[in-house]
Design a protein around this ligand. Structure first.
Ligand code: MLT
Length: 407
């Protein structure tokens, strides 16, 4: 008898964004012809930067000639891309990351979801609440939790991010082995200072714990005092793995390119307390289960770091940040307090009713899709998240319609 992994049965019926898509499809079916504006899932709408497109085309032409054709590439990414990442994303900020500590991949979602494979079954895990659902669901699937009760899985430590703590969770009282952090945060848009990250690094060092640091939204940071990488904190290279993505930075959601940084010094331990370097384990995992990102896509990603690429990427970010500021201003003006949306593309909006009711209200009365905060965890109840990744025209249209619906 073929048996299933019964841990899957503990999961909520569908992934948050699938449930939203289902409700939106249902609404669209009942309201044919009614235009819907999507400020829900963080999917970009502007095209790839011209520098990336030009590099992409050139690389496709390389594949057409026997002299320049490439077959299987290195599973961990081509050196041409890893060198640029190390130089521009890390060394230029004083973080000593070397190219061979970078693993190019097809997405931060896949990497943050898969990384837990490296750890023991009884690892004590802390996740933020509200949380990007992938961190939780991937550990549920692996059997590291009990049942879900009231939106929380038994066995996980939830780090509450609330209005009271400025959406920056505090260090847990109990000892945990693995901590997921995300800054700029999805979903709240909160950012962490160097001191705040340093407290987590100290905690991890004292407890021989590991931080999985999701920095997929770092390119939206405009405040010069905020850290872009956890490796800007001394000692983080022994206790933190960092996830990055070209998806939101440069419009690669459909093209797929991301990377994970695993410093050579970063370690976890055997049951007997012997250190094991995570770099070796992840390399072993990736060479077994992953065939790398396609050559043209990596060439397109490399172009992000050219002079014109950096300028174009900055302009893309500025465009979405302007949307974010319009959403903040308008929603606050309508009496809904907003967090995030300054160094982040997400705006976390406090509503006057439960999250799903507000979601349904906006969909039905304004034809606008948001993400209900409760879908990210109990601390998200009473909030919605709006994404700034639509066009200016659509953002303005959505805000007009919302104002009309609330009038
Ligand atoms: C989101 O809307 O939270 C993100 O788009 C999800 C993702 O990047 O996987």
């Amino acid at each position: 008898m073929i048996r299933i992994n019964e841990h899957y049965l503990k999961l909520t019926a569908s992934y948050l964004f699938s449930e939203i898509a289902r409700r939106v499809a249902d609404y669209a079916g009942k309201n044919p012809g009614k235009e819907i504006v999507r400020l829900g899932i963080g999917d970009v709408t502007l095209p790839l930067p011209p520098a990336c497109i030009a590099a992409f085309h050139r690389a496709v032409d390389d594949m057409a000639s026997v002299k320049t054709f490439r077959g299987y590439g290195p599973e961990q990414g081509y050196d041409f891309l890893r060198e640029k990442i190390a130089e521009f994303d890390f060394r230029s900020r004083g973080a000593a990351v070397s190219p061979d500590e970078i693993f190019v991949s097809d997405g931060a979602k896949c990497d943050t979801g898969n990384f837990q494979e490296l750890f023991a079954h009884d690892t004590a895990i802390a996740v933020p609440d509200p949380v990007y659902p992938v961190y939780v669901d991937s550990n549920v699937m692996a059997g590291r939790t009990g049942e879900n009760r009231g939106g929380r899985y038994a066995g996980l430590v939830y780090l509450e991010s609330t209005e009271e703590n400025g959406f920056i969770p505090g260090i847990p009282r109990e000892r945990v082995d693995l901590v997921y952090l995300c800054f700029p945060n999805n979903p709240t848009g909160a950012t962490a200072t160097k001191d705040e990250l340093a407290r987590w690094v100290d905690y991890a060092r004292e407890n021989r714990a590991l931080i999985l640091f999701d920095a997929a939204y770092e390119s939206f940071i405009r405040d010069g005092a905020l850290p872009h990488s956890i490796y800007e904190i001394d000692g983080a290279d022994e206790v933190a793995v960092e996830f990055r993505s070209f998806s939101k930075t440069a419009g690669f959601t459909g093209t797929r390119c991301a990377f994970t940084v695993i410093p050579k010094k970063c370690r976890a331990y055997t049951g007997g307390g012997e250190p094991v370097f995570l770099h070796q384990l992840w390399l072993r995992r990736q060479t077994t289960k992953f065939n790398g990102v396609s050559y043209p896509v990596q060439r397109a990603a490399e172009a992000v770091y050219s002079e014109e690429g950096r300028r174009q990427v900055r302009e893309l970010g500025d465009y979405y940040l302007k949307n974010a500021s319009l959403i903040r201003e308008r929603m606050s003006g309508l009496g809904y307090p907003c967090a995030g949306g300054i160094n982040a593309p997400y705006i976390w909006i406090k509503t006057d009713r439960d999250s799903w009711s507000f979601f349904d209200f906006l969909l039905e009365k304004a034809g606008v899709v948001c993400t209900p905060g409760a879908g990210f965890g109990p601390c998200g109840e009473g909030y919605i998240r709006m994404s700034a990744f639509n066009s200016r025209e659509n953002v303005e249209k959505a805000l007009e319609r919302i104002a009309g619906a609330l009038a």
